[in-house]
Design a protein around this ligand. Structure first.
Ligand SMILES: Nc1ncnc2c1ncn2[C@@H]1O[C@H](COP(=O)(O)OP(=O)(O)OP(=O)(O)O)[C@@H](O)[C@H]1O
Ligand SMILES: [Mg+2]
Length: 610
């Protein structure tokens, strides 16, 4: 588990104006909701302050002078306002909910669409967990900012302003005293806020590391168990959680201290109001109801101030979320259609690598000056040690990556002049780690050609040699394969991937054989399925199996990204070079496997290849 894995970028704590504007841009399509929701909050804030004023009137005009007429009048106003108030509260909560969902939906859709366009290279350098967080928690936080965040801010500003205006109308001198106290309270709030935020941010950062660790520990559970890494992982996990505990503990301590301090200051302010209001009441400058209203307004105004730390922290987090999310949206896919690219009808034809150079990381060349021409219909076997560049060659053919220098031509045309779709939709491939999607076997085979009928799906499975094992599954073609096809063995996944490739009728077929061993029966089935495809298309097979190697039209032995040897099986055997050694070694190993431990020959009919 590396330290950099899954680390959140530091947020500099500055409100980036551009990011804020861009967030506001997200709500623009839903401006009607925003307008309705802001109006409702405005009315709610006004009515909240007005209630206090009505209470003052009840005390001063009805209770003290014992005026029943005035009491009835004020109470009826009260009743009307309560109804309006309730309707407005309902309206803004409802509108905020709808707005939040819409913004989140838009964002997720944009992100998901964009992710489908991004190139392999992006996924090489970006951990899945990081992307998942952008899609889930970040979109949620942004949606919260544009709804509840906006609500908090609007409500706070309205509350303070309206309360001050009402106070000024009741007694302007006393209102000015309150005005003078406001900056002090704000200062205290900001002081605490900064310290609390630092701790929370620390806790959050550790938390994302913990999430990353969960992710690695769950996805890699088999390896962890196999290697007996449980204790070591638990220890690393323990360190992270205790760091997290420390930061959360400090944040909790500061948060707990904050409220009593603000309350103390409030008590002082209220004391000042009672004393000075009381003195003024004696001289007739202030009514009892007026003092009561003042106390209510001050308490009222303090809510948003007490809340400022939370609002500010939430806003910062949401802005940091937005910056990360926008950075994903702004990432340009590296492999894109050129403006003049044409959609071609077919990619059948020769494939030519013309002095191709390629690297994943600039200082580590993988292919150097690689040239090769493959005739249409030919079957090429790529062999060579691990890391030689076999998968890289097929990745380039599929245009998952593009050459850094040199040209790849299909049917005589630079493949960069064709659209990605026209190339990729005509290539059938079975990858080194076959991937199935959660769903049924049938859905997985049909994945690349949705319009295929059930009969076509089954024919493809027959041809690929997958049919026989599929019908033995509990629900046959309707068996759920589990997430990533986890309910099936690697060999079975390859057979299904083969059927998927057969169904798609590819013009180029690519098979990156899994190195993990499959049982001999499955191996024979895979072999048969591959042959079906190899007969129909130009094929590249990254071969580990001797039989595949032997039957290929041409075998290319790669070493350090260059062609070491090339020719048919018999030619290479005659050369007695690298291939010869590789083959005889593998053949010996293979033959040894045919004997049981007691030395009995189990498969005496296996004869020497050449
Ligand atoms: N996505 C990637 N990012 C960075 N480097 C990579 C990436 N994929 C492969 N490489 C590097 O490029 C080189 C060639 O890798 P490639 O996957 O083509 O080898 P291979 O011949 O298919 O090996 P194997 O038999 O193990 O599948 C290796 O050194 C490998 O580490
Ligand atoms: Mg490989």
């Amino acid at each position: 588990m590396s330290d950099t894995y899954f680390e959140e970028e530091d947020f500099d704590g500055q409100f980036n104006g551009r990011t804020l504007l861009r967030i506001l841009g997200l709500v623009r399509p839903h401006w009607r909701f925003v307008a309705g929701f802001m109006t409702a909050i405005g009315i709610v804030s006004f009515l909240e302050s007005y209630f206090t004023l009505l209470t003052k009137r009840i005390i001063d005009e009805a209770i003290i002078p014992q005026n029943a007429e005035a009491l009835r009048e004020i109470i009826s106003i009260y009743a009307v306002i309560v109804v309006v108030f309730a309707v407005m509260v309902f309206t803004f909560i409802y509108l905020a909910g709808v707005l939040g969902h819409r913004v989140q939906y838009d964002l997720r859709k944009t992100l998901f669409n964009h992710l489908q366009k991004l190139s392999f290279s992006y996924f090489d350098r970006t951990p899945v967990g990081w992307i998942m967080s952008r899609l889930t928690s970040d979109t949620e936080r942004i949606a919260e900012l544009v709804t509840w965040g906006m609500l908090d801010v609007t409500w706070a500003i309205m509350n303070i302003t309206i309360s001050l205006i009402f106070m000024l109308t009741i007694n302007w001198q006393l209102a000015l005293v309150v005005c003078a106290l406001l900056p002090l309270l704000l200062w205290v709030a900001v002081w605490f806020k900064q310290r609390i935020i630092v701790q929370y941010r620390l806790a959050r950062k550790i938390n994302s590391k913990i999430t990353g660790s969960y992710n690695e520990n769950i996805t890699g559970v088999r390896v962890i168990k196999a290697l007996g890494r449980e204790d070591k992982n638990l220890e690393e996990f323990g360190i992270l959680t205790s760091d997290m505990f420390g930061a959360s503990y400090r944040a909790a301590w500061l948060s707990a201290l904050f409220l009593p301090v603000v309350q103390l200051l409030t008590a002082v302010a209220l004391g000042a109001i009672i004393v000075s209001g009381g003195l003024q009441a004696q001289t007739g400058g202030m009514t009892i109801g007026g003092i009561q209203a003042f106390i209510a307004y001050v308490t009222f105004m303090l809510w948003p101030i007490q809340d400022i730390a939370r609002i500010y922290a939430a806003m910062q987090q949401a802005i940091a979320s937005a910056e990360r999310t926008f950075s994903l949206i702004d990432t340009e896919p590296e492999v894109v259609n050129r403006p003049e690219a044409v959609e071609v009808e077919t990619i059948a034809g020769d494939i030519e690598f013309d002095h191709v150079e390629f690297y994943y990381e600039a200082d580590k060349p993988v292919l150097r000056d690689f040239s090769l021409t493959v005739k249409q219909g030919e079957t090429i076997a790529l062999v060579g040690p691990t890391g030689a560049g076999k998968s890289t060659i097929v990745n380039l053919i599929c245009r998952f990556y593009e050459p850094k220098h040199g040209v790849i031509r299909i049917n005589g045309h630079d493949y960069m002049d064709m659209t990605l779709h026209s190339i990729q939709s005509r290539i059938g491939m079975v990858l080194q780690t076959p991937h199935l999607f959660s769903g049924t076997v049938r859905e997985n085979i049909r994945y690349g050609r949705l319009e295929a009928t059930d009969a076509e799906v089954e024919d493809a499975a027959q041809l690929a040699g997958a049919h026989d094992f599929i019908v033995t599954l509990d629900d046959g073609y309707d068996t759920q394969v589990g997430e990533g096809g986890n309910m099936l063995s690697v060999g079975q996944k390859q057979l299904i991937s083969l059927a998927r490739a057969v169904l798609a009728k590819p013009e180029i077929f690519i098979m990156d054989e899994a190195t993990s061993s499959v049982d001999t029966l499955t191996e024979a089935l895979i072999q048969r399925g591959m042959e079906q495809l190899m007969q129909r298309s130009t094929s590249f097979v990254i071969a580990h199996r001797l039989s595949t190697i032997k039957r290929a039209d041409r075998i290319i032995v790669l070493k350090d990204g260059q062609i070491d040897e090339m020719g048919s099986h018999s030619q290479l055997m005659q050369q007695r070079g690298h291939y010869y050694r590789l083959y005889t070694k593998q053949f010996r190993e293979e033959r040894e496997q045919q004997y049981d431990p007691y030395g009995n020959v189990l498969a005496p009919e296996v004869a020497m290849g050449d």
